[in-house]
Design a protein around this ligand. Structure first.
Ligand code: NAI
Ligand code: MG
Length: 398
């Protein structure tokens, strides 16, 4: 069989470190692939005025599957200040290459699983009724709509002209903001389309059915955000009734869900939400299973293009350590999601088992697992380096 080609996009900072380690694990587990490097991130913004060069888009177009580390983003003024001198004042404006990828390829479905590893010292614990200590087993998969809603970018400050007219045509605007001068108003829209809402809901229900989860929880706020959350809720009810009658549909509000996730996280299975609430809820659950060192994700769309990445950023303060201390597991788990996506489930399971064994064994732990402050001296204090953690996982591959 012809070897697959994977577009490897290390990006910035620790993105480079952890992506290298994930590829080592993939290779050691017997996954045969060619890797081509896709340029992305700060370096290319500074040198070329574009953090997502067209050549990287072309590579993804061709090979379809990307592994991505992390990028550094900085506020607008800092970004402009770091541009190469010959590019300054040429009208280049920084925008996040991740958001750029999502939009370019319409990667509308984001999947973020959060599963407890036995023995992880970072697991959430709570007090039981009789003063016992309980460690709930979290096994949640969050489906986040990835392209619309509050992150759709349709925004105005000091609205004028037809925009202001449209706002003023709404009785609630007149009632609540009618007396406010327009130059003191900023507006961000929350646009949901039926097509994208249908796709994220169907992806969530399908996953629940395929992997034996008994429920799908829609986590929005339909009682207050009536049009968008309300539409999603109505569509979820119709879809459940018509196509997924064996799966229960639960409906929670985002605020209440954030409380319940520490009270009874083990009750939830598949969760589906719009862009912003999906982002919030997935960070919330990630905190219960170990935080950023463990949080993986996949982004995919109708084009067949998919990108797999840890949810953490480039952690620049750790990027230049002589011995890297960051936890590679989130990136390695993201690589496992890639294997699932391309039907290499057996290899993915072997890697996940190896990770689980290393964690349960408890001898090799990165600084975050030891609850140490991330400083170079964590190695002396007994923390495993990024490479030692990877080596330990590779050693457990059977
Ligand atoms: P960050 O995720 O890079 O780091 C926050 C903190 O989390 C770190 O200081 C560290 O304590 C911990 N951490 C992160 N990854 C870890 C790992 N693998 N192992 C152990 N500990 C880990 O977020 P921060 O500091 O807010 O942002 C840094 C840069 O990354 C910014 O430029 C930001 O824009 C960018 N960013 C990029 C993302 C992406 O590429 N998808 C996502 C989030 C932030
Ligand atoms: Mg987030």
């Amino acid at each position: 069989m012809q070897k697959r080609t994977i577009v490897s996009m290390p990006g910035d900072g620790i993105g480079k470190t952890v992506l290298d380690q994930a590829i080592r694990v993939l290779t050691a587990a017997g996954f045969e692939a060619n890797y081509v490097v896709g340029d992305i991130g700060w370096e290319f913004w500074c040198k070329e005025g574009n953090p997502l060069p067209q050549r990287t888009i072309d590579l993804l177009e061709k090979h379809k599957i990307g592994l991505f580390g992390a990028i550094t983003s900085k506020p607008k003024d800092a970004a402009t200040a770091e541009l190469a001198p010959e590019l300054k004042d040429k009208g280049f404006v920084y925008s996040s290459p991740i958001v750029g990828l999502r939009q370019h390829f319409d990667l509308d479905i984001c999947i973020r699983p959060c599963k407890t590893y036995k023995g992880n010292p970072l697991n959430f614990i709570r007090r039981g009724a009789k003063n016992t200590i309980e460690e709930p087993q979290v096994d949640v998969v969050i489906f986040r709509q990835n392209t619309e809603g509050l992150y759709g970018g349709v925004e105005w400050s000091s609205p004028k002209g037809v925009v202001l007219e449209a706002l003023r045509s709404h009785p609630k605007f007149m009632q609540n903001f009618g007396n406010v001068p327009p130059e003191e108003v900023s507006v961000s829209t929350r646009i949901f389309t039926k097509k994208a809402t249908e796709r994220i809901l169907r992806a969530a229900f399908t996953h629940a059915k395929e992997f034996g989860y008994k429920s799908v929880t829609l986590c929005e706020k339909p009682n207050v955000i009536r049009e968008t959350s309300g539409m999603m809720y109505k569509m979820a009810m119709e879809m459940q009734k018509k196509d997924f009658p064996t799966i229960e549909l639960w409906n929670t509000n985002i605020d209440a869900q954030m409380m319940w996730l520490t009270k009874n996280p083990e009750d939830y299975g598949v969760i589906v939400a719009g862009n912003m609430f999906g982002d919030i809820i997935s960070d919330g659950f990630a905190g219960l299973i170990g935080g950023l060192g463990f949080a993986c994700s996949a982004q995919m769309g109708q084009s067949g293009i998919a990108v797999f990445e840890p949810t953490h950023g480039s952690a620049p303060k750790y990027a230049d350590y002589e011995v890297s201390i960051v936890n590679p597991i989130a990136m390695i788990e993201s690589a496992c999601m890639m294997l699932d996506y391309i039907n290499e489930n057996k290899i993915a399971e072997r890697i996940r088992k190896a990770i689980a064994e290393v964690i349960e064994n408890g001898k090799i732990m990165t600084y975050d697992m030891l609850k140490l402050q991330g400083k170079p001296d964590v190695i002396e204090k007994g923390a495993a380096s990024t490479i030692q953690m990877t080596d330990a996982i590779i050693a457990k591959l059977k």
